[in-house]
Design a protein around this ligand. Sequence first.
Ligand SMILES: [Zn+2]
Length: 457
Amino acid sequence: MFLSARRVFKSLLTGLVAAQLAFAPMSSAHAQRSVPVVRDAEIEALVRDYARPILEAAGLSRSNIEIILVNDPAFNAFVAGRRMFINTGALLQSETPNEIIGVIAHEAGHIAGGHQQRLRDQLAAAQTMAIVAGLIGIGAAVGGAASGTGGLAQAGAGLAMGGGEVARRGLLSYQRTEEITADRSAITYLEKTGQSARGMVRTFERMASGLALTGRQIDPYQISHPLPRERIQNVQELAQASQYYNREDPPALQRRHDMMRAKIAAHTQGQSATSRLFRDTQGMPARYGDAIVTYLSGSPAAALQKVDALVAAEPNNPYFHELRGEVLIRANRPQDAVTAFERAARLDSSNSGFMQFGLGQALLAAGGPDAAGRAVDALTQGLARAPEYVTAYRYLAQAYGQMGEIAEAELATAEGHYYSGNFREARQFAARAQSRLMPGSPSHVRAQDIINQRPAN
Ligand SMILES: [Zn+2]
């Protein structure tokens, strides 16, 4: 289940800068931002597996670092507080696990070094759009100078107009040193985990050669990560000095990486991009991408045939059963979809909430005497693991509604509004729910929490 949604983040100013959203309206450092996120059990489990050893090596395994996948085709990654944001474009463009692990290691270096926190403080002190625009201009100008593309430097100069000169100079020197520090930290983490830094070099080279530029558009990763020549050279020398430089990713990991890329391409780039991705057109990743494209293009019968072949080849792959469940819902066979999602949930060792969301949705579609109650169980379990996934509250409200539990339905609706950032509506529904709930009950307490919430804090 590859779900695209929007998620609200408070005070995401550093993210804003890196994501080049400086033209969005923003009144203060505490502005709320809605970011297009991707939720998917398979991709999330893989990226977590990439990040786990790196975060441990960085001393961050107990820091509750949350990784958020941003639905954006540009190559980008950035951190804000304890959150690491990775674009689907970065996952798709990285041909090996090692390349994206290098990106994760670099961003972990920023978190461990407390870099972005300082940037955020500086920006909060500056608090004007001009400074933010100036910062982006600086990044673009440096990137342009490094790669020698006049257009990029010009774009940077254009953007840089209006920022305070002193603030700009301060941020520029800060940014350079912190990029170099983050690179060094990244290489240390890779070394500690027995991995090569070759992927980092490959990513840098791709950026420096200008391949990451699409037309006149500036790649946001280049803006947030200026690449002077000496920086690339440093990384290359350190990478080559390692005994692990030539170590390849384990084949099983490369396979999971390819499956992920197939899925992202199928969902975001369409058929032709997906079929161009792999040389081996009969390999599992190519067939997986083809099956997803067929499902998305709206031919459930054809998709089911392809997914059944995948399941026959790998009966214990949870994501094949998950896809099969989705196809079966579209084929109007919800009862079979229930069985498919139940299997997917059993096989999924990462215990993703998204298998439960699929199951809940299928149960609601299937109907029957105990379906609504089972849907409530599945959706509640899923939401315990992914509480900010707002669509699931709609299904939960529907399931409670079918059971005649109006107060719980209203509370679920309140939760959905709460996690969407619609605090006024959230309070309204929470108050309505509360009028029907017993004081002191867990639901009553939760409704009160929502009513008390003041989003600005
Ligand atoms: Zn960086």
